[in-house]
Design a protein around this ligand. Structure first.
Ligand code: MN3
Length: 225
């Protein structure tokens, strides 16, 4: 799913593209089931609930709501930001993992990672370190942005913020909330981040990277609806 095709209102929970147990042993079936069926669902329910009195906003995608906060009444702006963000990020996150496929990037994305981080191992170390040191709940991202000459960079966000709001195109993301890993890894977020390379969907990251090429020319990257 691309950003511009985010789920239309009434917002609905997308099905997981694999079985609950498909990402074991990195992500156990119970964690994946709770994360998808309960956490992601609850963001969607809260988003739909907040939008209920505002029919004009119900046709907007989660991305559109996040990119135009001024269009959202102050009374529901924070709820919409948190829950549209939660919905969008999780919809991307399920696709950022796969039980099979290449376990390293190929082609133009592989070349860009070498160019911007030195080599693939160094990139993995920096991504995991950024995720481990993010204080509290949030996300770690690999993004491409116009303002840095289309270079790749690693960043973190708090809560469910998405760097697309800062004009960056997400290529890869990982969930740093404890609900993503606590049943199996407990407090060891660093171990989860290391294990996560065994389920990373590099084919999806390659697709996102290649689709970002044109969009990275202007200030509205990733923002086309
Ligand atoms: Mn989560």
């Amino acid at each position: 799913m691309s950003l511009k095709n985010a789920v239309q209102a009434p917002h609905r929970l997308p099905a997981l593209p694999y079985a609950d147990s498909a990402l074991e042993p990195c992500i156990d079936a119970q964690t994946l089931r709770l994360h998808h069926d309960e956490h992601h669902r609850s963001y969607i329910e809260k988003l739909n609930q907040a939008l209920e009195p505002y029919p004009a906003l119900q046709g907007r995608t989660a991305l559109a709501l996040l990119l135009d906060p001024e269009a959202v009444p102050q009374a529901i702006r924070a709820v919409v930001r948190n829950n549209a963000g939660g919905h969008l990020n999780h919809s991307m996150f399920w696709l950022a993992m796969s039980p099979d496929g290449p376990r390293a990037p190929r082609g133009p994305l592989a070349d860009a990672i070498v160019r911007d981080f030195g080599d693939f191992e160094r990139f993995k170390t920096r991504f995991a370190e950024a995720g481990e040191t993010q204080f509290g709940s949030g996300w770690v991202w690999l993004t491409r942005s116009a303002d840095s000459g289309r270079r790749l960079k690693i960043c973190t966000t708090s809560g469910h913020d998405n760097p697309v709001r800062q004009g960056q195109v997400p290529v890869l993301l990982n969930d740093l909330w404890e609900h993503a890993y606590y049943l199996k890894h407990q407090n060891r977020r660093g171990d989860y981040l290391q294990d996560w390379w065994t389920v990373t969907n590099w084919a999806e990251a390659e697709r996102r990277f290649e689709q970002s090429a044109d969009a990275a020319d202007g200030p509205h990257i990733g923002a086309r609806r």
